[in-house]
Design a protein around this ligand. Structure first.
Ligand code: 5GP
Ligand code: ZN
Length: 113
C-alpha cells in the first residue's frame, strides 16, 4: 500500500521518530507550523475517523495519552498545546492515515491554519 505514514512506521521512508510502542508511532511533522509539531499515528492503517469502529476506541484514548506524555517531554504541558484530528476535505486532511497533531511552542490562533 502506498501510504507514506505506513512506510514511515515500517522504516521504509524517512521520519524523525520520537516515540513508538505496540499501538502507535510518533514523529515530527515534515512541515511544522509551530516549534513543536508532532504526529501521533496508529501502527495499523485506519484512513480517517469515519473508518473507526468501537474496536478502535481504546486506540484513540491511547493516542491522546501519548500526546500528553510527548507534550510534557517536549516542554509544552504548561504553556499549552493543541490536539487536532482532521477528517476529510473540508478539514484539509491530506494524508489518509489517521493521525493526531500535537502542536505547541507558540501562541496559536483560533483557526488551525
Ligand atoms: P493533515 O492535513 O492530513 O491533517 O496533515 C498531514 C500532515 O502530514 C501535514 O501537516 C504534513 O505536513 C505532514 N506530512 C505530509 N507528508 C509527510 C511526510 O512524508 N513526513 C512527515 N513527517 N510528515 C508529513
Ligand atoms: Zn497507512
Amino acid at each position: 500500500m502506498a501510504c507514506i505514514f505506513c512506510q514511515i512506521i515500517e522504516g521504509k521512508a524517512p521520519g524523525k521518530i520520537l516515540f513508538r510502542d505496540e499501538q502507535v508511532t510518533a514523529f515530527r511533522d515534515a512541515h511544522p507550523i509551530a516549534p513543536i509539531h508532532i504526529l501521533i499515528v496508529p501502527n495499523i492503517h485506519i484512513s480517517t475517523v469515519n473508518d473507526m469502529t468501537t474496536d478502535n476506541e481504546c486506540l484513540v484514548g491511547h493516542m491522546v495519552n501519548v500526546a500528553q506524555r510527548l507534550a510534557r517531554d517536549y516542554g509544552v504541558s504548561t504553556s499549552g498545546y493543541r490536539l487536532v484530528l482532521n477528517t476529510g476535505p473540508d478539514a484539509g486532511q491530506t494524508i489518509f492515515h489517521l493521525h493526531l497533531h500535537l502542536i505547541g511552542g507558540r501562541a496559536l490562533p483560533f483557526h488551525f491554519r
